[in-house]
Design a protein. Sequence first.
Length: 147
Amino acid sequence: MKKESKEQKEVFGVFNNFCEAYGRQDIETIMETFVSSPSTVFIGTGLDEQCIGYKKIKDQFMRDFNQSEKLKMEIKWHQIEAKGDTAWVASEVEVHTRIVGRKMDIFTRLTAMLEKKDDNWQFAHMHISMPSTLQKKGESFPSCDLY
């Protein structure tokens, strides 16, 4: 197994910090992990969750908090690479939540790009998605009785 570089450890620290802050619904710490730019991007799991710009990203996270009673992000798997002042994360994260008194565990995939400025890594892009439930294991496309 390949040893993690200093940069990979730093990026994982930011990623883990984001996940823990999300669970605490700590908007200030979450937003510190993102580049404060009108071109920063966050794409969530909902059809309308295409957020471009720092303020829209913050508004999205606040909506998440307003629509849930409890949150926890559990990193199931991750891979991190870094080259120079750019890094990327690929991961699987289980979101544990309670909505209207009902417990939900949501399996997601998360990818992100980070930039390093002044010795700090921050997210410039993040995308969270849920795998299609219409697609059976071993199929490249959703089932539609073509076989």
